[in-house]
Design a binder for this molecule. Structure first.
Ligand code: SF4
Length: 94
C-alpha cells in the first residue's frame, strides 16, 4: 500500500479552506445533500492538493464526505479496487 501523506503537509493548500464544511459532509444523498456534494466536487476540481487529499482519505480509512473530488460511494469503490489489486499481487508473489 502507498504511504499515507501527512495531512499537515498539504492541508494548508486546500481549495476548501474557506468553503462551508457542510458542502463536504452533507447529510443524506439526495436533494440538497446531492447538490452540496456536487458543489464540493467542483471545489476539488480546482484544488492543487486533490491527489494528496484522495491518497490521505483512502489510506486513513475515511468513509464519509467528499475527499479528493470523490464522494463516499466513489471512495468505497476505489478501496474495493485497491484491495482486489493487493490480493492479486499477493497471489502473484506467493
Ligand atoms: S481535494 Fe477537495 S476536499 Fe480535498 S483538500 Fe482539496 S478541496 Fe478539500
Amino acid at each position: 500500500m502507498d504511504e499515507v501523506p501527512l495531512r499537515q503537509e498539504w492541508i494548508h493548500r486546500a481549495a476548501c479552506a474557506d468553503a462551508d464544511p457542510e458542502l463536504f459532509f452533507p447529510v443524506g444523498t439526495t436533494g440538497p445533500a446531492e447538490r452540496d456534494q456536487e458543489e464540493a466536487k467542483r471545489v476539488c476540481e480546482r484544488c492543487p492538493v486533490a491527489h494528496q487529499c484522495l491518497a490521505y482519505a483512502l489510506g486513513s480509512g475515511q468513509t464519509s464526505g467528499v475527499w479528493g473530488g470523490k464522494d463516499e460511494g466513489e471512495l468505497a469503490a476505489l478501496r474495493r479496487k485497491r484491495r482486489a489489486a493487493e490480493r492479486w499481487e499477493a497471489r502473484r508473489a506467493g
